[in-house]
Design a binder for this molecule. Structure first.
Ligand code: MBD
Ligand code: FE
Length: 306
């Protein structure tokens, strides 16, 4: 079949000629996607057995709740970031902290700290490197933002996230920090390890067929919000990780790899009440003003709540 013939056929299936109430946005998107799929079936001579394998694959991935992992693995979540960056640049928004993907592992409702929070529950203290991370949240005019909200979450030493990993305590390695009167935030935690897709899972199964790995460099996630400003969704990577620029989810970006310093001076340890060296990261967040000139920065999606 020609693509023109396919277009006519698919239109006859998707668009009912009788004028019924329809959602025109859904009509338009479904018409396009089914048409594009039929063209791929035609052009690549996709066999019926291959088609059903694909549907069965998606069903299994859905049943395992892995579609939110598959999307970044295929680059699709990164693609929405690229488009959001373009929209912001077009609206004149430049110079803020780069965004990068949310990923599938956020959990709403983490405990709140004022200016400071400790994220880890201490269970990995024997093996872990202690991390302090701190900085200032700045508004669009470059002024500190007291009261800005910094939501932070990251993996443990095994690369696992609490809630999804039921062996961890509730909200381990997850907190909300309200910036202090100077717009400052700080947290104490442990230096996380990188993440790997579940070995027996749907995402890794497809990655294997593509000849790809399913690893992420060690990273820390953030939502940063402040009155009158666009929500920032971002991450920082732990410098030196072997997967730093080889992330299966394509989330590593220039500007999101802060220096990590090893602190071992006695007076600095004493100031923290510590007897062992710790790592320290300084990182500021720069937000953009809310504006109708760019699409909303808040992405609507179903999120877990602890
Ligand atoms: C993660 O920790 C993550 O951040 C993403 C994007 C995908 C899988 C695991
Ligand atoms: Fe993550």
């Amino acid at each position: 079949m020609t693509h023109t013939e396919i277009d006519a056929l698919v239109k006859s299936w998707i668009i009912d000629s009788a004028t019924r109430e329809a959602n025109p946005r859904v009509q338009r998107i479904v018409l396009r996607l089914v048409g594009d799929l039929c063209k791929a079936i035609e052009d690549l001579d996709i066999q019926a057995s291959e088609f059903w394998k694909g549907l069965e694959y998606l069903s299994a991935a859905g049943a395992r709740n892995e579609l939110g992992l598959l999307a970044p693995g295929l680059g699709l979540e990164r693609f929405f970031d690229i488009r959001a960056d373009e929209a912001e640049a077009k609206a004149g928004l430049t110079g803020g902290t780069p965004r990068t993907i949310e990923g599938p592992l956020y959990v709403a409702g983490a405990p709140e700290g004022k200016g400071f929070a400790r994220l880890d529950d201490g269970t990995e203290s024997d093996a872990a490197e202690i991390l302090f991370m701190q900085g200032t949240v700045f508004d669009a005019s470059g002024k500190p933002m007291p009261g800005a909200k910094v939501e932070v979450w990251h993996a443990n030493l095994l690369g696992n996230y609490s809630f999804f990993d039921q062996s961890q305590s509730a909200f381990n390695l997850r907190r909300t920090i309200i910036a202090d009167e100077n717009g400052r935030y700080q947290f104490r935690s442990v230096v996380p390890s990188g993440y790997g897709c579940p070995p027996g899972g749907s995402t890794q199964q497809l990655l294997d067929l593509l000849g790809r790995h399913g690893r992420r460099p060690a990273h820390i996630h953030f939502f940063v919000t402040g009155a009158g400003h666009r929500k920032l969704t971002t991450q920082i990577n732990i410098d030196g990780d072997e997967y730093l620029w080889d992330d299966f989810a394509f989330a590593s970006r220039e500007g999101l790899v802060p220096a990590i310093h090893k602190i071992s001076a006695k007076d600095q340890l004493a100031a923290k009440g510590l007897s062992q060296p710790f790592s320290s990261i300084d990182f500021d967040f720069h937000l953009y003003s809310e504006t109708p000139a760019a699409p909303a920065a808040e992405v609507e999606r179903i999120r877990a709540a602890g």
